[in-house]
Design a protein around this ligand. Structure first.
Ligand code: ITT
Length: 207
């Protein structure tokens, strides 16, 4: 099976390929194509945007496509930045800009009220025209300052209580076990395995 990852985000690509690399699936990324569309993510939900990306890339590359739309929901900010997580501090902002803005918005908010969650929706657009979605989430608390060197995005401010550390203090494997993306990808793996089994030639089932 061939599968193209419908994302421009190299950090996502690292985490996704790590969790899928034991499957008999050839994974392609934007680097494998001379041109790669950058669809407008104008959906109202993570699910809408994941479907927009997966179908646009499936149609352009003519192979099944997997897209990830993810975001951070902070309770004290009524769910912001949510679908706007990548551009919270403005178009073309950096991860650091976003974290600085988030910490500024939460200045003075006590620890108990700094609860938040990462959410991830993965859409797989199949060659037959159908689309399936799965999701995962991870509950945490927004720290008072940035720290840690691993991960990406909001990981330096996302403290995960069960592990007593931030996502930015976890190895790739540790994060993938508990993260929103890791949880969604476990379900996406099941969808891929189901399809792989359907595509097995008949003689594979013979005793
Ligand atoms: P693509 O649309 O090309 O996939 P993107 O980075 O624009 O890349 P999203 O629209 O899904 O992706 O925005 C998700 C943002 O949420 C991302 O840029 C990070 O700022 C944040 N984010 C998502 N997953 C994260 C994670 O595991 N750790 C930290 N921040 C994360």
């Amino acid at each position: 099976m061939q599968l193209v990852l419908a994302t421009n985000n190299k950090d996502k690509i690292r985490e996704i390929t790590d969790l899928l690399d034991d499957l008999p699936v050839s994974i392609f990324t934007r680097d494998d194509f001379l041109e790669f569309p950058d669809p407008v993510e104008d959906g109202e939900t993570l699910e809408d945007n994941a479907i927009i990306k997966a179908t646009a890339i499936r149609d352009f590359c003519e192979m099944p496509a997997l897209a990830d739309d993810s975001g951070l929901e902070v309770d004290a900010l009524d769910g912001a930045p949510g679908v706007f997580s990548s551009r919270y501090a403005g178009e073309d902002c950096t991860y650091d800009d976003n974290n600085r803005k988030l910490l500024h918005e939460l200045k003075g908010v006590p620890a108990k009220k700094r609860t938040a969650r990462f959410r991830c929706v993965i859409a797989i657009a199949w060659a037959d025209g159908s689309v399936e979605t799965v999701e995962g989430s991870a509950e945490g608390v927004i720290a008072e300052e940035s720290a840690g060197r691993q991960g990406f995005g909001y990981d330096p401010v996302f403290y995960y209580p069960p592990a007593k550390k931030r996502f930015s203090e976890m190895t790739l494997d540790e994060k993938n076990v508990v993260s929103h993306r890791g949880r969604a990808l476990q379900k996406a793996r099941d969808l891929l395995i189901e399809r792989l089994n359907q595509n097995l030639p008949d003689d594979m089932y013979e005793e």
